[in-house]
Write a protein that binds this ligand. Structure first.
Ligand code: ADP
Ligand code: MG
Length: 335
């Protein structure tokens, strides 16, 4: 008994200052009991979405513990990012902040694992329990966290190298493709977003851009990025493998193989994600009437949306309302 008292005390000391809710404290106690951590020290950072604490293990290794906040105000803000993803619409109740932060923490854990596995310098992901994430501590032996780049004193001559390292990391993240015997394999897709994520087109555009850059550097006569973009999102041309191959063949045979105008167009284009985002509907309708729909980058989207997504759009109103404020409040967590 004496022992567990001592453990409780150690967690209490650190948490009482930041007024953590009982559930979070219980998670921390259990982590101490399991030996994930031994002692929780001060708070490294109090953010809008999370607090980060410094902790040590019994063997004096340093740890960072990120505790996501379940308070309702923070939450509304975050919902904007997550709720666009279709799977989250049914995956958890958006009325339940505790479930939402759990999903958020899981997402961070997954991302960290990816980065870590890819050999990109980042904290080692260690333990995840609901909305509490334990990771390796990035700091000195005395428990001081490394400064953020914007606050750090960086020797002038290091900047160029840092820049190129960063570019390298970005590229490493992008390329999760394996090659063997004339075949490419796609791996590590846990982070891919659903097609109706608000930024899915932007991500797609970036992916296409990376792929084009890579293969054109290897001497491939790449197809214009705009055509690839349209090929990917188009509702026409069917989805069976043979149909897709047929469509691709047609695209390949199109005269302008590398069309710089198309390239510029796609890179600069504002791509609406749904019809509400189209800035000037009437102007665009006129274009279609004049047979100029080829100028509309989202023309295939119109077809797609009309066919497929009438029943699921029950959530758009909720998204904007301040609904959480009324929902059965998880009061002990919001204080
Ligand atoms: P948020 O920005 O959502 O509050 P972060 O994950 O960016 O949360 O963490 C906030 C701050 O805590 C960081 O800017 C950094 O100073 C510190 N921090 C976070 N994780 C670690 C870590 N693993 N090691 C050392 N310091 C960390
Ligand atoms: Mg941050």
């Amino acid at each position: 008994i004496g022992d567990s008292y001592g453990k409780k005390d150690r967690a209490d000391r650190a948490t009482s200052e930041q007024v953590l809710d009982p559930r979070t404290r219980m998670i921390l106690f259990k982590m101490i009991n399991r030996g994930d951590i031994f002692e929780i020290h001060g708070c490294i950072s109090t953010g809008k979405e999370a607090n980060v604490y410094h902790a040590v293990t019994e063997l004096e290794s340093h740890r960072a513990i990120k505790v996501y906040k379940t308070s309702i105000l923070v939450f509304k803000d975050r919902d904007r990012y997550v709720s666009g993803e279709y799977r989250f619409r049914h995956g958890y109740s958006r009325k339940n902040p505790r479930k939402m932060v759990k999903v958020w923490a899981e997402k961070e854990m997954r991302n960290l694992k990816r980065l870590y596995a890819a050999g990109i310098p980042c904290p080692e992901p260690l333990v995840l329990r609901l909305h509490v994430l334990v990771m390796g501590f990035l700091g000195d032996g005395k428990g001081w966290a490394y400064p953020r780049l914007k606050d750090a004193v960086v020797p002038e001559q290091e900047y160029t190298q840092l820049y190129f390292n960063l570019l390298k990391y970005i590229r490493q993240i992008e390329y999760n493709i394996l090659y063997n015997a004339s075949k490419l394999y796609i791996i590590d897709v846990s982070q891919s977003v659903e097609h109706d994520h608000p930024r899915s087109f932007e991500f797609l555009r970036m992916d296409i851009n990376n792929v084009s850059d890579y293969f054109s550097k290897k001497g491939v006569q790449t197809i214009s990025e705009r055509k690839i973009f349209e090929f990917v999102i188009s509702a026409e041309g069917g989805t069976a493998v043979e149909e897709i191959e047929e469509t691709l063949k047609k695209i390949k045979e199109l005269p302008a193989i590398y069309d710089h105008e198309d390239e510029e167009y796609l890179r600069k284009a504002y791509i609406p994600q749904n019809l509400e985002q189209v800035i000037d509907v009437e102007r665009d309708v006129e274009k279609v009437k004049r047979g100029e729909q080829n100028q509309l980058i989202y023309r295939d989207l119109i077809v797609e949306r009309n066919n497929s997504s009438t029943s699921e759009d029950d959530s758009s109103e909720e998204d904007q309302s301040g609904e959480y404020l009324e929902s059965e409040s998880e009061d002990e967590e919001t204080k």
